[in-house]
Design a protein around this ligand. Structure first.
Ligand SMILES: Cc1cc2nc3c(=O)[nH]c(=O)nc-3n(C[C@H](O)[C@H](O)[C@H](O)COP(=O)(O)OP(=O)(O)OC[C@H]3O[C@@H](n4cnc5c(N)ncnc54)[C@H](O)[C@@H]3O)c2cc1C
Length: 565
């Protein structure tokens, strides 16, 4: 597996129409050039040129219409959508954002019961329209139970919608805005669509100061009929969470794209800058910063691509994606922040310059852990899987790499969002026992101590109520699952052992860091503290391996990519 290089990548794993989509999109950005890209970012120019390009090439229609509604030219295929997300992140988060919120807006429509709206949506996508997802409200953030948007029945099958939504992308132009609310009389949940051009729809303002539009909108007695309603009751609730399941996955790919572009800029700059009669890349600490950034980025990509295999293979009896998918959201995106931190420590002042892509990357990378449920909300979700993951494995057929050109039907038929604690996983030790490398052995020893901690020094009822305490336990748990999928994918993609061992070098250090944090919690018992100390380990130093990776894989990228001016 390699970093995306838009000027060299041929997308040979894709079929011809998909390959053309990716190549044309890259050509759009390279023709636009970095100077214009940065100008539009600074001046907050609405990306009409990009939307026109998408429309002319029917790109959203091809990528985001299920085959059943769009015909053979269309399919919702998570693997190629990951490629597209990565490309958009690579060139700028605002472009990715209009794609992302269109995906979110489409979720409740494709998951809903309203066939007429689905047919209309397929046509709107062909016409080059964009969509929006009206879930968040100003006063309630993550607390969806408190939603105040209401639908009041006026007479049979006719209603009026009143209320406001906040932080809604594309809500200035979306042809359909999927809006979540409650029935005024019964408090039953409901999802319905509105049109942002209707006179009773007020786009109040853009609440952010960036190129994309993140709107506050209000519905003033907006007329709704049964023909606009997508789902009601439990199905409406489920489709809000199931839509986020689909959407939040893309956050990781945006992060990978951003980090990759920033990496190319940073290594080019550092390798060509001479200080004190040395190139900056000759300093040992700079080599270490780059190697950590690169290993983290490779790990992000290996994990996220493997998680896509599980997304595409999910079914009512295989819901393992519900662990891996929030990890793409919270773990890959927080590691993305770390990559940018490391690179910024190398390029220092250069990272502030207005003509650098890096300046955008440093700002935008921060957004991804905070959208679609914060890291905390996702971690609170993930912890429910921990007991079955460690102590109650099941047997599943092995999932292969999934780049086959099929529609991902199950994503729009995920069913109830309940029962997370009952989901079973395959034995994580299978992946860990396949390869015997020095740092994997140390990491396995750390995992064993964590299992002992959970089995014999189990967090008390008081500790389990303390989210602050649980979040750190969750960090340790997710590192185990992170390493597992990295190893699975390293085998599939034939990643060299040296690279895998280098990845586990930072994994051991991350595990040790969280073990120390757990040790330091006020409520940790003596037994728990003793076990935490056993979890703190040091990776095996292998200067030969380090130097080889630095020279052959990292320094070798110094002239690999530069965006057209
Ligand atoms: C640029 C941008 C674009 C957005 N686009 C959209 C969009 O298109 N459509 C849309 O519907 N929304 C959108 N959002 C809203 C976004 O999804 C919310 O910001 C996010 O869900 C978190 O809500 P909040 O920021 O209001 O935080 P709050 O909900 O106010 O949370 C505050 C704190 O409480 C913690 N917390 C809350 N609940 C829990 C819990 N159960 N367990 C543990 N900790 C918890 C949080 O982690 C956080 O630290 C967007 C937001 C931004 C900034």
């Amino acid at each position: 597996m390699k970093l995306l290089n838009p000027k060299a990548e041929r997308f040979e794993h894709l079929d011809e129409p998909s390959r053309q989509i990716m190549l044309k999109t890259i050509a759009f950005f390279e023709n636009k050039g970095k100077a214009r890209l940065k100008h539009d970012d600074h001046e907050r120019v609405w990306y009409r040129d990009f939307l026109d390009f998408l429309k002319d090439n029917r790109i959203f229609s091809s990528l985001l219409t299920p085959t059943a509604y769009g015909g053979n030219d269309c399919r919702w295929d998570t693997a190629r959508n990951c490629d597209f997300s990565e490309i958009l992140g690579f060139y700028g988060l605002p472009y990715w954002y209009t794609w992302q919120v269109t995906i979110l807006g489409l979720g409740p429509i494709w998951m809903g019961q309203n066939d007429a709206v689905k047919q209309k949506t397929a046509q709107l996508l062909k016409d080059g329209e964009i969509f929006a997802f009206g879930l968040s409200e100003k006063e309630h953030g993550a607390d969806l139970y408190s939603s105040e948007m209401t639908l009041t029945e006026i007479k049979d099958c006719e209603y009026r919608a009143d209320g406001g939504k906040y932080y809604i992308g594309n809500a200035n132009e979306a042809a359909l805005v999927s809006t979540f609310g409650k029935m005024a009389d019964s408090d039953e949940y409901v999802f319905f669509v509105v049109n942002s051009r209707h006179p009773n729809y007020e786009c109040v303002k853009n609440v952010v100061n960036s190129q994309n539009y993140v709107a506050q909108y209000a519905l003033h007695s907006y007329p709704i009929t049964d023909a606009d309603i997508l789902t009601r009751g439990q199905q409406a609730w489920d489709s809000s969470l199931n839509t986020i399941n689909v959407g939040k996955f893309n956050l990781g790919w945006a992060s990978i794209g951003i980090c990759t572009h920033a990496f190319y800029e940073a290594i080019r700059h550092a390798a060509n800058r001479r200080l004190f009669n040395h190139y900056v890349t000759d300093f040992p600490h700079v080599k270490q910063l780059f190697t950590d950034a690169y290993a983290r980025l490779m790990a992000m990509k290996l994990f996220a691509a493997r998680a896509a295999d599980y997304m595409r293979s999910a079914s009512a009896t295989d819901r393992r994606y519900l662990l891996y998918n929030p990890m793409v959201k919270m773990k890959v995106t927080t590691h993305g922040e770390e990559v940018i931190n490391l690179l910024w420590d190398v390029i220092a002042a250069k990272g502030f310059e207005k003509d650098m892509y890096f300046e955008m990357a440093a700002r935008d990378i921060r957004a991804l852990p905070k959208l679609e449920g914060t890291v905390h909300v996702n971690m609170a979700l993930i912890i429910k899987f921990m007991a079955n993951y460690f102590f109650n494995p099941d047997v599943f057929p092995e999932i292969s790499r999934r780049t086959d050109p099929v529609n991902d039907d199950f994503l729009f038929n995920q069913g109830p969002t309940k029962g997370l604690g009952k989901i079973r996983f395959h034995d994580f030790q299978i992946a860990y026992n396949r390869l015997h490398l020095p740092n994997i052995e140390i990491f396995k020893a750390q995992i064993e101590v964590l299992k002992t901690f959970l089995a014999t020094a189990t967090p008390s009822a008081e500790q389990a109520k303390d989210i602050d305490f649980l979040l750190i336990v969750g960090e340790l748990f997710t590192l185990v699952a992170y390493g597992q999928l990295i190893l699975e994918n390293a085998a599939i993609q034939a990643v060299e052992n040296d690279m895998v061992d280098q990845i586990f070098d930072f994994m051991i250090r991350d595990f040790s860091k969280f073990a120390l944090q757990l040790y330091s919690k006020p409520s940790t018992t003596q037994k728990q503290m003793d076990l935490c100390l056993q979890m703190i380990q040091k990776p095996v130093a292998d200067p030969g391996r380090f130097e080889k990776i630095w020279k052959d894989e990292i320094y070798a990228l110094k002239e690999a990519y530069q965006m057209n001016d």
